[in-house]
Design a protein. Sequence first.
Length: 239
Amino acid sequence: MTKILVVDDEPQLLRALRINLKARSYEVETAGRGVDALASVARHRPDLVLLDLGLPDMDGADVILGLRGWTEVPIVVLSGRTEQAEKVRVLDAGADDFVNKPFSMEELIARVRAVLRRREFAGEAAASAAVRFVIGPSTVDLAARTVTRDGVGVRLTRTEWAVLEPLLRHPNQLVSIARLLREVWGQTAGDTGHLRFHMARLRRKLEADPQHPVHLLTEFGTGYRFVPGTRAAVELATA
């Protein structure tokens, strides 16, 4: 059974999340403080963490940094903070997704499913053939899940990997918005702002000129396309 740790200092929300997650056959642990969350992850080894940022003893971003020092457990942030800079801060700290409060329970459950699917896909990808792509100054190794730019390591968040992989695995093909929303967030329609946000971040990290991309292209209103250039050869090797 999939185990989820819910970290929030609002008793009513904890109770609602526990009831709804258990009704969908998830095993649920709860914590009301950051220090308890860190201890619970070490003790119970959950498959996913739902984390509020506004904890009474420490900032949620510090909890993320504490966890990322030793575990890759997926983390979905729940927060009423809507500023883009705040979202960037927690994503860079290592969160996998960001859900604004108040949220619908159905949307949250869909995002949980999507993050868990991405984790499963990452495990399958690691066992498959190695695939390396050169994108301008950047080299992306899907099997090793590493990125280097001009010889220097570049960190991608799990969401950025989830957006990038379908594009790289289908070079020169249009990958629709609906497909990316489904594979990354578990939905086929809705606000595409998250997708545009992560695509912009990928271009800044990978393209030589993010303002004039030549590899990660937008097909307005329909989707995105990865176009290999003269240096963007695809290298295949058996695992």
